[in-house]
Design a protein around this ligand. Sequence first.
Ligand code: CA
Length: 239
Amino acid sequence: MIQEAITQYLQKQRQVSFSPKAVLFDMDGVLYDSMRFHARAWYETATHHQLISTPELFYLYEGRTGESTINELYQKTFLRDATDEEKKSIYEEKAILFNQYNDGKAMQGAAEVLKKVKASGLQTLVVTGSGQHSLINKLEHTYPGYFKREKMVTAFDVKLEPYLMGLEKAGVKPYEALVVENAPMGIQAGVAAGIFTIAVNTGPLDDRILLDAGADLLYPDMTALAKDWDNLMNAIKIS
Ligand code: CA
């Protein structure tokens, strides 16, 4: 299955070689088990404002900006755009709830994946659309020695396509990197950047949604990826 995924990737991206030197990790739902707190905070805030949603909807929306998420909810519920004031106050409300709920717990299996990646001699970088200081600042503490600030792409960086910026910061080409993502939009972005994109389905969405977004490989969680890492590296070597 891995070999087939690699062959398909090379054909799809019209690459002749594949030699990973860096892994670009998404943060929420990959390195931190934080998506359920985002979903809960969003759902409760939306309900408070009579906006129609479900907790699962926010897993589909993951990767959108707060403003765009709020606008979608207004369009769905009231068939109009949200005003700037509505966007600002609702986003603030959501952020306060998220910070209240978030326990900052690392994603199970993520430390094992990082250890494997480092042992394979690959760089580790974080690429996230998040602007949550509470988690970004915690990375060095949760995963000591893996993520340098100057090699991080966050919501505070220049608005270039985040994964393209990640490649630039790593100093590698698309065929020299891997992306690890949990969200449909993030997977689409990784694939659009020409990078072999591994989905880890750590949320409630159907596998099909992540595969349809273009994931090259899919694992149920980070522990499964850690267990299969050596197989993946071997398959790449002989491809
Ligand atoms: Ca994510």
